[in-house]
Design a protein around this ligand. Structure first.
Ligand code: G3D
Ligand code: MG
Length: 277
């Protein structure tokens, strides 16, 4: 008898270069590549897992969101985090600042936008670790502090990658029909964000909204940001101007001339420093 599949929206969050994209690639297609391609916006992949043992198996269709790890993209992050049922928080075991920002930036963001959803804490790049004792102790401490399972993975060798995703899936299943309460008060104040990053963030979010959602809009955003040469870590005015033009070009297939012009003018005003908040 076919079983009902449960859908779970899972998110990976953490600083740039900690290995989020590599972990997803390892889990979904069991491959690893050394070519580092900065994730632009959000990419969504799917993977089916079966939890439990017969006759009590549960099919879970994991919809896995790979979100740009650059801080400051509040709109992109907010769209991704909302409605997430589980989060894999990733840091790089060899880079202490990535662990700090997991605790101080990414974790509070999830609390604020999605509430206390199930989380798994992942210290990645275990293959590069020499002394393991301190890293283990720290991971244990994090696990206690945030009441979440934690483990060390290597996307490169594949060590414990499956286990990380499955641990999260197992925690998501019992809570999948309830909404976690949001926690507003515990989140630290936000640091000021670079103006051009805010503009890039608003353009991405706005275009996706205009296209009816992230799944339709983001692949186009990614292509056009790449073509325009936008560096999402430090976008320049010139490349953002180019991407505004290219997105207007794309919109020709979907929108009326006046809608396109309105969109272009609004985005150009952001670039000029207007209406950013
Ligand atoms: P991100 O999606 O979090 O930004 P990526 O991170 O998956 O793009 O990975 C960033 C870099 O770390 C890549 O290397 C990638 O190969 C490397 N990496 C990811 N996971 C591991 C791991 O488990 N072990 C090791 N040794 N390296 C890993 P480059 O060199 O291309 O920047
Ligand atoms: Mg990435």
């Amino acid at each position: 008898m076919p079983r009902d599949a449960l859908k779970a929206k899972i998110l990976l969050l953490g600083d740039g270069a900690v290995g989020k994209t590599s972990l997803i690639r390892r889990f979904v297609v069991d491959q690893y590549s050394d070519n580092y391609i900065t994730t632009i916006g959000t990419k969504i992949s799917k993977k089916d897992v079966i939890l439990g043992r017969p006759p009590h198996e549960i099919d879970v269709v994991m919809q896995i969101w790979d979100v740009l790890g650059q801080k400051g993209y509040g709109g992109v992050h907010e769209t991704a985090v909302k409605g997430a049922q589980g989060v894999l928080l990733v840091y790089d075991l060899t880079q202490e600042d990535t662990r700090r920002s997991m605790e101080e930036y990414w974790m509070p963001m999830v609390w604020r936008l999605a509430g206390r959803v199930p989380m798994v804490l992942v210290g990645n790049k275990s293959d590069l670790l020499e002394g393991r004792v301190h890293a283990h102790e720290y991971l244990y401490y994090l696990s206690q502090k945030f009441a979440a399972p934690s483990l060390m993975t290597s996307a490169k060798t594949g060590d414990r990658v499956d286990e990380a995703f499955r641990t999260l899936a197992e925690r998501v299943v019992p809570t999948s029909r309830t909404q976690a309460p949001r926690l507003e008060l515990v989140t630290p104040p936000q640091e000021p964000v670079d103006r051009l990053i805010r503009v890039a963030d608003k353009i991405m979010t706005d275009f996706c909204y205009q296209m009816g959602g992230v799944e339709t809009g983001m692949p186009i955003v990614k292509r056009q940001f790449e073509r325009s040469g936008v560096d999402v870590r430090a976008p320049s005015e010139e490349t953002l101007r180019a991407v505004i033009d290219r997105l207007a070009e794309v919109e020709r297939d979907f929108k009326t001339t006046s809608e396109i012009e309105t969109n272009r003018q609004r985005r150009t005003r952001w670039l000029g420093g207007d209406e950013l908040d």
